[in-house]
Write a new protein. Structure first.
Length: 163
């Protein structure tokens, strides 16, 4: 297992990779991770994050190897289908899984997503449109959503209502 920590506009991210791909990407405000900066996969991951934060990348292209239950994996797959700068509710994800009563379980799986930003759990909001839990903190979730909306608008990916 290899790790790399790097600084982002939202604080340090620690990326962990195994032989199959990226296993986790987590915000760690106080942890020093071992430096495997010579690892090509970790360097590619860092480069893609740099591009994401600069607004030049909307879709990550990395081999992923997150560890989770079958249900968690299914939820994370649905999260990966949420387009850049768009939002879904927990109920939307449960319905996409053909299990509309699994809203709370979807929320729990969303909260255990080990691939922050790449598997965009930050794009999931409450049914009433409010920001709800985010493992990285609601301030980061708000920043990410605004970043994506501003990037999408600057790139002409969608028009704001009334324009």
């Amino acid at each position: 297992m290899k790790q790399l920590q790097f600084v982002t506009p939202l604080g340090p991210l620690v990326v962990t990779a195994n032989t199959k791909g990226i296993e986790s990407i987590l915000f760690r405000d106080t942890t020093e991770a071992p430096d495997h900066s010579n690892d090509m996969l970790l360097q590619d991951c860092k480069a893609q994050f740099d591009a994401y934060f600069k607004g030049t990348l909307q879709q990550f292209d990395l081999p992923l190897a997150a560890i989770g239950t079958e249900f968690q994996q299914a939820v994370w797959q649905q999260l990966s289908q949420i387009p850049f700068a768009q939002l879904r509710s927990y109920s939307d994800i449960a319905h996409a899984l053909n299990n509309p009563k699994a809203v709370r379980a979807v929320g729990a799986a969303n909260g255990r997503n080990p691939l922050t930003i790449i598997v965009p759990c930050h794009r999931v909001i409450g049914a009433n449109g409010t920001l709800t839990g985010y493992a990285g903190g609601l301030e980061r979730k708000d920043w990410l959503l605004k970043h994506e909306q501003n990037t999408a608008q600057a790139l002409g990916l969608f028009q704001l209502e009334g324009n």
